[in-house]
Ligand binder design. Structure first.
Ligand code: LLP
Length: 418
């Protein structure tokens, strides 16, 4: 299924559940996700890589809801985490999946490293030589050997927004691939470091799949050099990054993942390695929408502004990456469309969801759905302007359940000491 949000009898639904009903029950802004769609996307990934031993380590940062982590773990996923907080989420939601969890990030701190060692994660994706030295120290102190991959920087360009591109030497991520061999050789002598794999991640929302193959070609030649040095690795981590279609253009997710898998499998097929994959967006983005209510429609000069009860604190992608999200009226109308700016109530000119977008005439009280908001939506929310975060609902066909309640002002005040 390409998209779970569709009109049924002129009412926008998520699977068989009416969005107007969900809005009436839970209020807006409200995040809505389709469980069937998430599982469908996970299955697509699993099928595309079925010919090879692999683990899908879902990137927790894309959507960190405990209920979604639990769902993915129950269906075979492991996790890619980037903080002690995300580790705690995995432990809480799906403890057995900790042993299928990889830990990346350029600024890991001692308490986070210690917690991950004690929890028994699969491996650390190490991003610098100094971090590797710290990991060796902590492992020795705790007497827990540390499995690691070096996250190498392949210096491969992949077309995407500059803020989410990561595979060039100009970026802060990873270790120069040309320096990696010497670091593995040194590490192999350490009693508490276990060289386990190599990892690479070139960026996010990447639509053309060739760069994935190019990056892995560089990684596999490193693996062969290491073999000559007597260092035999067992894992290769291809990172995440596979993009989705944010416009209404036709999109075939099965074809997208098949083309991606072809690149990954061909680049690595001569190696007898367990494959790790870290998809985030591809699994959850299109499963989710942000429901919002129009609070006002105003004109300034010849511009029309549709003001919603959701703001940039609820979904920051348009403001931060000029990201395009489709926006649909929940009640399908034949009203004439005209270009409007769809904006939030936050006190920033960057607080917009769409500019000069054709939208059927709308009035206060109407519901809109901002599509493809399941990834990097809720996980990037903030309380800016002392706005409470939206609740989240997980839909399963005609059923639905609240997986996070709306925050209250009392929640926001809790940590403060006036
Ligand atoms: N692995 C690593 C090491 C990553 O840094 C990321 C994402 C992923 C996996 C998952 O990538 P995905 O499959 O979701 O593309 N906030 C931005 C995206 C930031 C991506 C950060 N890293 C956005 O809303 O577009």
């Amino acid at each position: 299924t390409a998209r779970p949000f569709a009109y049924r009898n002129r009412a926008l639904s998520c699977d068989q559940t009416s969005l107007a009903t969900l809005a009436a029950t839970h209020g807006t802004p409200l995040y809505v996700y389709s469980q069937q769609h998430i599982l469908g996307r996970l299955a697509l990934f699993q099928q595309a890589f079925a010919s090879r031993p692999h683990t899908i380590c879902y990137a927790v940062k894309a959507n960190s809801a405990l209920a979604i982590l639990k769902l993915l773990a129950q269906n075979g996923a492991g996790f890619d985490i980037v903080s002690g907080g995300e580790l705690a989420r995995v432990v809480k939601a799906a403890k057995p999946a900790v042993k299928k969890t990889v830990f990346a990030g350029v600024g890991k701190q001692i308490p986070e490293i210690d917690a991950a060692l004690k929890a028994g994660i699969l491996l650390f994706n190490v991003e610098s030589e100094s971090e590797l030295a710290l990991l060796a120290d902590r492992a020795e102190l705790l007497k827990i050997p540390a499995r690691f991959s070096l996250r190498v920087n392949p210096d491969v360009f992949a077309e995407t927004h500059p803020y989410i591109s990561t595979g060039l030497s100009a970026h802060k991520f990873g270790i120069d691939i040309n320096a990696a061999r010497a670091i593995y050789r040194k590490a192999a002598k350490s009693k508490y470091l276990i060289p386990t794999g190599v990892s690479v991640h070139i960026g996010s929302q990447i639509r053309a799949v060739d760069p994935f193959g190019a990056a892995l070609d560089r990684v596999t030649s490193l693996i062969q050099q290491l073999k000559k040095d007597g260092i035999t690795l067992t894992h290769i981590d291809a990172g995440g990054g596979l993009g989705i279609e944010y416009t209404d253009a036709p999109f075939d997710p099965a074809a997208a993942v098949a083309a991606y898998a072809k690149q990954v499998l061909e680049a690595t097929d001569h190696l007898d390695l367990h494959l790790l994959l870290e998809p985030g967006r591809f699994l959850v983005a299109q499963a989710g929408a942000l429901l919002t209510t129009v609070v006002n429609v105003k004109k300034n000069g010849n511009k029309t502004f549709v003001i919603t009860d959701a703001g940039m604190n609820d979904l920051i992608r348009p403001a931060l990456y000029q990201a395009h999200h489709q926006i649909l009226p929940v009640r399908q109308t034949s009203a004439k469309s005209s270009p409007v700016d769809i904006v939030g109530p936050v006190c920033e000119s960057g607080d917009f969801f769409a500019r000069d977008r054709d939208l059927p005439a709308t009035k206060p009280g109407d519901l809109l759905a901002i599509l493809d908001a399941g990834a990097y939506g809720m996980s990037l929310t903030s309380n800016y302007n002392t706005r409470t975060r939206p609740p989240e609902v997980l839909v399963d066909g005609a059923e639905s359940r609240l997986i996070r309640r709306r925050e209250t002002i009392k929640d926001l005040f809790a940590p403060e000491l006036p």
